[in-house]
Design a protein around this ligand. Structure first.
Ligand code: ADP
Length: 599
């Protein structure tokens, strides 16, 4: 995760989850091929029956023979139906096996990929898994498994009469040629249409996510016209593709119908010339029809094939972007000593460094307050400390272990993080506090909320801890959201707690609760990193780090830094030594700290 990049596979070959998924369905492909063998052999039943009826029964006028061959044909066709049904059931199970191998890795890959390329439309990956699964374990695979039977039916057609054989070959070449032409003429249009459609749906989703701003400031029209522009581009490409595909489809349909008539016409001619029997006319028509069937199936499934190919390509890119997460040796619970050594970091996918050579050592159990003007890089530092953003160079250690040596999920349970934009998930308050753990202990949940000072606040909610907070916590006020998120950060006694402006939405009661929580964390030996603009919270700090322009301006014990910051200016002494008044509490900001502060 941090210093060392994850192992990223080269572009050649399949990425492991895709390979595993394809391997999982390989036995099914083999059994479906076997089923297809039997099914295709049984497809000869109808033409052979026709031949017998016309050539044997008609000439002998034997009802007994007719009944006998009808019973045999009926039995064989029932077998055919049974095999078709079994083949479909096998495919459904293969689909589930494919999904089992690939769906969860894809989910994980989207998570890792989004951290590396925020804003990329990677959520599409789950739909791509569905598209690929539906094609590989549905009609697409069946068309593929039936294709090897083409030569067998062509051979059957040649046995009836060489002309039939040639009609089957030329007919399939023309149908195949029309399909390829369709692909060549519509590929670019369809790619553009899909890309525009993804952008349009992403734009619409973002627009509706910020619905309140839209309503309050009358921005709907402007944003709708931006969406509409992309949507119309999508429609334009789609219409172009559909026009071309429609023309070619009509040509294919005409050719197929004409061919059917021509086969009967040729059969009639051959029968007049006594080169085939009257039964041969019907049998020829059926056999050529069967020979052309794989081609027609391929044509019918072409759209699915193109979609599956696109999905496959995107999934491969996704897995390559996400890389693999190497197995890590489990490490003991850290005490929380943080060491940041010459850290250089940029936003994912960006080249400009935001943090430039950040250095500091924070012993376990201490409280560090980070202050500095907006855009100083404080949030970025919080992100690299929690392993959200990778670092470009330098080292970041927790208890001496580089962050990259931890398994991110394992490390996550030892870290509490309260982001600036509180992100809660749809579910109950209790679920959110317990980080959606399956077997969360109610006592731990209450302990965390008590520590965060929101136990009473939650008790007063309509359903207490069982209150559904809605998508993103809509049902809560800004302050309540921040306090629930603080409880989530403190859940499970983490070793390192990183709080990014935890008091931005808090009232004075909330701030008092926060101060008490930090003091309580200190007594339990938890390391706390706190970003704040407000001076009163500095009373809890052991150390203060002043940031500006992505570099550390000063770092040291609280009193020392405060006295340096005060300089000739009259900065209030720490609130511990002075009763809290409106003048030196919530309203006192640190935004004035300039890059020129002496170290
Ligand atoms: P602070 O928390 O001190 O206000 P930030 O760490 O949020 O500062 O931002 C520091 C700098 O990094 C800013 O100049 C900001 O524009 C830039 N920055 C922050 N997030 C991103 C991002 N996701 N992509 C590119 N630049 C970013």
């Amino acid at each position: 995760m941090n210093a060392k990049p994850l192992m990223i596979k080269g572009p050649a070959g399949n990425t492991p989850p895709l390979r595993d998924g394809l391997r999982a369905i390989a036995p099914t492909v083999r059994s479906v091929l076997l089923f297809s063998l039997c099914i295709n052999v049984l497809m000869f039943v109808s033409p052979l029956y026709m031949l017998q009826v016309y050539d044997r029964v008609m000439s002998s006028r034997s009802v007994g023979t007719l009944i006998a061959i009808t019973v045999i044909a009926g039995f064989l066709l029932a077998m055919y139906g049974l095999l078709e049904m079994t083949r479909t059931r096998v495919l459904v199970r293969a689909g589930m096996m494919f999904d089992e191998k690939i769906a969860e890795p894809a989910f994980n890959a989207i998570h890792r990929g989004m951290l590396r390329r925020p804003g990329g439309n990677l959520g599409q990956g789950l739909r791509d898994v569905d598209t690929l699964r539906e094609f590989l374990t549905g009609a697409g695979l069946l068309a593929f498994c039936d294709a090897p039977w083409f030569p067998v039916f062509v051979f059957g057609a040649f046995l009836l009469h060489p002309w039939y054989g040639w009609i089957a070959i030329v007919g399939s070449i023309v149908i195949w040629g029309l399909t390829l032409l369709n692909e060549v003429l519509t590929r670019r249009d369809l790619t553009e249409a899909t890309a525009a459609s993804m952008v349009a749906s992403q734009r619409a989703a973002t627009t509706f996510r910020n619905i309140e701003v839209l309503q309050a400031m009358g921005m709907l029209g402007a944003l709708r016209s931006i969406w509409s522009g992309v949507h119309l581009t999508h429609l334009g490409w789609q219409a172009r593709a559909s026009d071309r595909a429609g023309t070619l489809m009509a040509g294919t349909k005409f050719f197929r119908t004409f061919l059917q008539t021509a086969i009967l016409g040729v059969g009639g001619y051959l029968a007049i010339q006594r080169e085939i029997s009257p039964g041969g006319i019907i049998a020829g028509s059926i056999i050529i029809g069967r020979a052309l069937q794989p081609m027609e199936l391929a044509v019918g499934n072409w759209k699915g094939f193109v979609a599956a190919r696109g999905a496959y390509k995107r999934l491969r890119e996704l897995f390559e972007l996400a890389g693999t997460q190497p197995a890590q040796m489990p490490l003991p619970k850290p005490l929380g000593a943080v060491s940041v050594e010459s850290v250089l970091a940029a936003a994912p996918g960006q080249r400009t460094a935001i943090l430039r050579g950040v250095n500091f050592l924070l012993p376990a159990g201490e409280v560090l307050c980070i202050v500095g003007p907006s855009g100083a890089g404080k949030t970025t530092l919080a992100r690299v400390l929690t392993g959200i953003w990778p670092i470009a160079s330098g080292a970041l250690r927790l208890d001496g272990y580089d962050l990259s040596q931890w398994d991110p999920q394992e490390l996550g349970q030892y870290i509490g993080y309260l982001p600036q934009d509180v992100e809660l998930f749809s579910g109950t308050v209790a679920q959110n506090i317990s980080r959606f753990q399956d077997a969360a202990n109610p006592e731990d949940i209450i302990a965390a909320s008590t520590l965060a000072g929101c136990h009473e606040v939650i008790q007063q909610m309509a359903d207490g801890y069982n209150t559904q907070i809605g998508d993103g916590g809509q049902a809560l006020s800004g302050g309540q959201r921040q306090r629930v998120a603080l409880a989530r950060a403190l859940y499970g006694n983490p070793s390192l707690v990183v709080l990014d402006e935890p008091n931005s939405n808090l009232d004075s009661a909330g701030e008092d609760a926060l101060t008490q929580a930090i003091r309580a964390l200190k007594t339990t030996g938890t390391t706390v990193v706190l970003i704040t603009h407000k001076i009163n919270i500095l009373a809890t700090a052991d150390k203060i780090l002043v940031m500006a322009g992505g570099v550390v301006q000063s770092y040291g014990p609280r009193d020392e830094i405060l006295s340096r910051l005060a300089g000739p200016r009259a900065v209030p002494s720490p609130p511990t030594q002075q009763p809290a008044t409106p003048a030196n509490t919530a309203t006192t900001q640190f935004a004035h700290i300039s890059p020129g502060v002496a170290r």
